[in-house]
Design a protein around this ligand. Structure first.
Ligand SMILES: Nc1ncnc2c1ncn2[C@@H]1O[C@H](COP(=O)(O)OP(=O)(O)OP(=O)(O)O)[C@@H](O)[C@H]1O
Length: 226
């Protein structure tokens, strides 16, 4: 074993608004280290709801979630926040960068929060990641002064700053044109193949999904293909 990064065990989720609706139905799967996995399915099938649970942000569900072989059950919110900051890198459809801060500072923030590295080490780590993504020259620019595709690369650098066990993406190419979508896909692929980075990406972009290593298909709250 030792190489299972994420495991969902019999996860069920209900929304009670105003009647009870079961939106996730017996979700079971494993993600191994280095896998590049996409989750696809029609609008409303439960992808975002599932990602919210897998990222530990929603704790109101039945079943069990394990990250790095540790159960997330019975954890306090500060404990879960620490797991998120240390073990999970997030890339969303909208980048959520702090516009008034520089690109470099935005990338540094999750590492400053972690309180594990000296300030100069954090800066070095951020610059290494910006360089890896080909945007080192943007380090000193304010985040609102860079293009949409560049912003998403900054968001990826930020997601990588704490060497996460897994990167989770919620429609990370949803707001980009074709060229930038392909660029983001190529970055993810390189992270998986060259750096053994584990990635779990929710997308309704079929051309993106079919190029990942494995596709998890959802239909009406259930996994139909693993
Ligand atoms: N807070 C909520 N209360 C009640 N029902 C909800 C709530 N959030 C989502 N739902 C319902 O749960 C189901 C799954 O929604 P979810 O957003 O997970 O789907 P999705 O596959 O991510 O869709 P999309 O691709 O459009 O983002 C949908 O039927 C949705 O209407």
């Amino acid at each position: 074993m030792g190489d299972i990064i994420l495991e969902a065990r019999s996860i069920n989720k209900y929304f009670r608004d105003p009647v009870t609706v079961k939106v996730l139905k017996d979700i079971n799967f494993i993600i191994k280290k280095g896998e590049f996995v996409s989750v696809t399915g029609k609008s409303g099938c439960g992808k975002s709801t599932l990602l919210y649970i897998l990222s530990t942000m929603d704790t109101d569900y039945e079943g069990e979630l394990l990250i790095d072989e540790e159960s997330m059950i019975h954890r306090t919110e500060p404990e879960l926040a620490a797991v998120r900051n240390e073990k999970i890198g997030f890339v969303f459809q909208f980048h959520y960068l702090l516009n008034e801060f520089t690109v470099l500072h935005n990338v540094m923030l999750p590492a400053l929060k972690l309180n594990k590295y000296r300030h100069d080490e954090v800066e070095h780590r951020a610059l290494v990641r910006l360089k890896m993504l080909g945007i080192e020259h943007l380090a000193g620019k304010r985040a609102n002064r860079v293009s949409g595709g560049e912003k998403q690369r900054v968001a990826i650098a930020r997601a990588l700053i704490n060497d996460p066990d897994i990167i989770m993406g919620d429609e990370p190419t949803g707001n980009l044109d074709k060229k930038n979508s392909e660029m983001v896909f190529d970055i993810f692929k390189r992270l998986a193949e060259e750096f053994d980075q584990t990635l779990l990406i929710v997308t309704h972009d079929q051309s993106f999904a079919e190029k990942t290593h494995r596709v998890i298909e959802m239909e009406d709250g259930k996994i139909t293909k693993f």
